[in-house]
Each structure stands twice: as structure tokens, then as C-alpha cells.
Design a protein around this ligand. Structure first.
Ligand code: SF4
Length: 493
């Protein structure tokens, strides 16, 4: 009966338009077919790119045209434009987080997932609060993360009350560091679609971004991999969960698709775009982040071997097009990808990534860093670098890793953050907070190599703040910077 009562039909019906949902398979196929086979004229591509450079969203038709570009020179031009857009909105900042798997119990039976209920080969459990505390302490105290994405399957033992308890436990965990203590300052949540009242409850607990991936927007493929007698078998319950979240006042939402489930990756890009447009139209807030994980093998998932997947070349194209289509949206790439490829996508399109990741239940406290144990994991990781190593690598390329969580705690979320990002104002706060939180991290956690590389980036950033900010802002920044150097923590604008 727990399963039967999960889906509230009235919380789907209220958002439908004449009984139809906003993903119209025929319409997407026809927009793609209109562009398919026709290499767009370079002048037309430049016209579309100019709109992105002006930080304007693209229409589905424009996006489909970009998806159809195959000319290597034009693809290179698009990637250069993507980098310019990224610099304009996010500058050289990379945001990092760590996944924390709280439980792998699940009542669903998704054909591609190692946690599916019929998979007896994977070992199942939910962390106790004591274990959650230990995981959070390692993440905040030993590794130095400030931001988590906590992950749950869908199961009565890990209902919304369990989710709330685990989040509260994470926020309250503290661990001594060189200069005080480390703590997690933002908890984003990746969990099943839930009801409006439950979302209000989690909003009050203080969740950051609420992340649910549609997996595939292609309805026949969705039906093929999600058995109809499961909760997840209901496409629309999942499709409208962000509507419910926004209605409940959870105003940072993250959408995504599992690339490779449906062989036409361009369709999934269009699905993500239609989803963004729908949320902007209905609520005035687009998604805070978009994720595009590629399907990976997991324990006992024979279905995955039939998937064609998405090649690196196509994946690069999709990152470029999404960056150009929704210029102000954060794009997440994770440690599913190998380090070299992940860094390439971050260099021109993506803005957030994870590091030092353990995706096995209890992995942070129980396993040595960089170890993987297939039997506890949803899939296998491609990038097992430590956070310290990754930050050093990015600093070497002139990028700064930001640990800023100020926006969320100052109310700069949802519509407010979108408006700030579109006007370029958010960048000013972000730059100041990035330098201060990076300073904190270098002093508390960095190895000698990373500290040296990071120091160069910090000095360059300070010089830029001096040259580009009003004197008063610069003075205030330097005062906060000095206080941080002296050991004060968690100072932000
Ligand atoms: Fe459960 Fe998610 Fe895995 Fe499906 S993908 S079986 S919902 S954990």
C-alpha cells in the first residue's frame, strides 16, 4: 500500500495542458527532422551563436539547427563560443561537490540499474544516523568538501522522514581541521519524485538543489526500461516533480537525462530544453543545473550491454549545444567520465563536478580513498582523483575551485539567482566568495603542490578584483580576505 499511495494523480493532472504533457514526441521528432540532414549555413550558425553570446536562451528550432552541425570548423567555432558564454556567466570558476549515497534500497526495477529490486547480487542497506555522521565527518574534515549531493533509492525505509533526518545529521556534523572545524554547508538532494507536502517539509529542513533526472524523455524507451507496475513506471509522475517542487517553494531544481538509454542523444537534448522552457514559462525559473550522465555498466545489468551509448565526439557536441542553448544554467559532469575527458568538457562548457567520490554505501568511512567496490555501487567510476589532486590540476589551468555556498544561505536562489546570473551581477558576488572560500580550503586542506598552484590563481584573482571593483568593494573584500588568512572561517558576501 505504500507503493500504491505514492502517486497523487491530482498532482499530475493540475499541470497538464488539455490532458497533454509538455513533452510531445512527434513535435520533437519533427523539429529534429526539419534540421536533420541539412548542414546549416555558417552564417545562420553564427546568427544563432550571437544570441547565445548575448546570454539569451535558444529556441528548440535554433537548438536543433546547432545539433545538426557536423562541419569541424563550425563545431570548433561553436565550442569557442561556448567557452565565451561560460566565461561571461561563470568566469573561470568550477564548483565541486561529493555524492553521498545514503541507501541503495529500492522498490523500482529499472533495467539499467544495479540497485533494482530484482537484483539480488547487489548488497542492500540504508546508513544509520551514526554512519551518516561518520561519512559527513570524512567528507568535511578529511577531504574538505562543503557541498554534497545526497542520494537515495525509493523505498519505505528511506521515506521523506529518513531523508530529513539524514540531512539534519549532515548539517550538524563537525570535524576538527587545522583552523577550527570543517562542515557541510549545502546539501543537494537526488531522490525519487515526491509529493508537494513532502517537498515543503524538505524545503523547511533546508535542502539545496532538488535533483531528479527523467532518465529518458523518449516515452517508448521510458516504458521499455521502467516496468509499468512500479512507481517509476509512471512517466508523468516523474516529469512533473519539478513543477511540484517549485510550487512547494523548493526553488533550485536540477534536471537531467541518462544518455545512452535512448539511442538518439539529440532527442534527449531537446527533452532537456523543452523541460527548461516549460519551467521558465510556468514558474519564471529555469533549472538551476542540468546533468547528462552517460550510461555505465553496473553489477548484473545485462540491459546496459545492449545500449549503444554516446561517443565522446557526440558528447562534446551535446555539451557545446546545451551551453549555448541555456547560457545561464549550471552544467554538471561527474566522475563517471574519465579525468581527461571530464576536464575537457569543464574547460569550455560544464561548471560543476565531483571529486574524491565514493558511490558505495558507507564508502567514505570504510574504504581507502580512490578504492571502488562494485557490489556496493550503482555503477563504476571513471575519475577517481582526489579533490586535492583535481583542484591542483585545475589551478594549473588557471581555474579556481569555488566552495561558495553563500547564495543559498543569503536567499540568492531560484528566480533571484537566475536574474542575477542573467544580468551578470551574480558573478561579482561569486568571484569574491570564490577567492575567500578557496583561500580557506588551501589553508585547511591543500597539499604543498596544490597550495603552490592555488596561490598563483589567488594572486591573479585578487589583482582582477582590484582592477575591476569599486574601491569600497575591494576594501571590504581585502578585509574579509585578511580575516580568512588569520583563521576566521565561513565569511561571505
Ligand atoms: Fe531504483 Fe533509481 Fe535504480 Fe531505478 S534507477 S532501480 S529508481 S535506484
Amino acid at each position: 500500500s505504500w507503493i500504491e499511495n505514492r502517486i497523487k494523480q491530482d498532482e499530475i493532472d493540475k499541470y497538464l495542458d488539455g490532458g497533454e504533457d509538455f513533452i510531445n514526441t512527434e513535435e520533437i521528432e519533427s523539429v529534429l527532422a526539419g534540421a536533420e540532414g541539412k548542414e546549416p549555413d555558417p552564417a545562420r550558425v553564427r546568427e544563432i551563436i550571437a544570441k547565445s553570446l548575448n546570454v539569451e536562451n535558444l529556441t528548440p528550432q535554433e537548438t536543433a539547427e546547432l545539433l545538426n552541425v557536423t562541419n569541424p570548423d563550425m563545431l570548433a567555432e561553436m565550442q569557442e563560443a561556448a567557452l565565451k558564454v561560460k566565461k561571461k556567466v561563470y568566469d573561470n570558476r568550477i564548483v565541486t561537490f561529493a555524492p553521498l549515497y545514503m541507501a541503495n534500497l529500492c522498490v523500482n526495477n529499472c533495467a539499467y540499474c544495479g540497485f533494482r529490486t530484482d537484483n539480488e547480487k547487489s548488497s542492500r542497506r540504508a546508513l544509520s544516523m551514526e554512519e551518516v555522521k561518520k561519512e559527513a565527518e570524512v567528507l568535511a574534515g578529511r577531504i574538505g568538501h562543503k557541498r554534497l549531493i545526497v542520494v537515495y533509492g525509493e523505498h519505505p525505509s528511506t521515506d521523506v522522514n529518513y531523508v530529513a533526518d539524514t540531512i539534519n545529521t549532515v548539517y550538524s556534523a563537525k570535524m576538527p581541521t587545522k583552523n577550527g572545524y570543517g562542515s557541510i554547508r549545502r546539501v543537494n538532494v537526488n531522490m525519487a519524485p515526491i509529493q508537494i507536502d513532502e517537498l515543503k517539509y524538505l524545503r523547511d529542513v533546508g535542502i539545496g538543489t532538488y535533483q531528479v533526472f527523467q532518465e529518458t524523455y523518449h516515452k517508448p524507451t521510458y516504458a521499455n526500461v521502467h516496468p509499468p507496475n512500479t512507481i517509476k513506471g509512471n512517466y508523468r509522475w516523474r516529469l512533473y516533480c519539478m513543477h511540484r517542487a517549485l510550487e512547494a517553494g523548493v526553488d533550485d531544481v536540477g534536471i537531467g537525462a541518462l544518455f545512452g538509454l535512448y539511442e538518439n542523444w539529440k532527442f534527449e537534448v531537446m527533452g532537456l530544453l523543452y523541460h527548461s522552457i516549460e519551467l521558465e514559462d510556468k514558474f519564471g525559473i529555469g533549472p538551476h543545473t542540468i546533468s547528462f550522465p552517460r550510461i555505465e555498466p553496473a553489477v548484473n545489468t545485462p540491459y546496459v550491454s545492449q545500449c549503444k551509448g554516446v561517443s565522446n565526439e557526440d558528447f562534446e557536441r551535446l555539451v557545446t549545444v546545451v551551453r549555448l542553448a541555456v547560457p545561464h544554467t549550471g552544467l554538471i559532469i561527474t566522475c563517471r567520465e574519465d579525468s581527461e575527458f571530464k576536464d575537457k568538457c569543464l574547460s569550455y562548457g560544464c561548471t560543476q563536478t565531483d571529486a574524491s567520490s565514493q558511490i558505495g554505501i558507507g564508502g567514505y568511512a570504510e574504504l581507502a580513498e580512490s578504492t571502488q567496490e562494485e557490489m556496493r555501487q550503482q555503477f563504476v567510476l571513471g575519475d577517481t582523483r582526489s579533490l586535492d589532486k583535481m583542484i591542483g590540476d585545475y589551478a594549473e589551468k588557471g581555474m579556481i575551485t569555488s566552495f561558495c555556498t553563500a547564495g543559498y544561505r543569503c536567499g540568492r536562489t531560484g528566480k533571484c539567482i537566475m536574474n542575477l546570473l542573467k544580468s551578470g551581477e551574480e558573478g561579482k558576488f561569486c568571484k569574491l566568495n570564490a577567492v575567500i572560500t578557496f583561500r580557506e580550503w588551501l589553508d585547511d586542506f591543500a597539499s604543498e603542490r596544490t597550495k603552490q598552484l592555488g596561490e598563483k590563481v589567488i594572486q591573479k584573482e585578487i589583482q582582477e578584483i582590484k582592477e575591476k571593483s569599486p574601491e569600497k568593494v575591494y576594501q571590504q573584500f581585502m578585509s574579509n580576505y585578511q580575516r580568512t588568512l588569520n583563521g576566521e572561517r565561513d565569511i561571505y558576501f
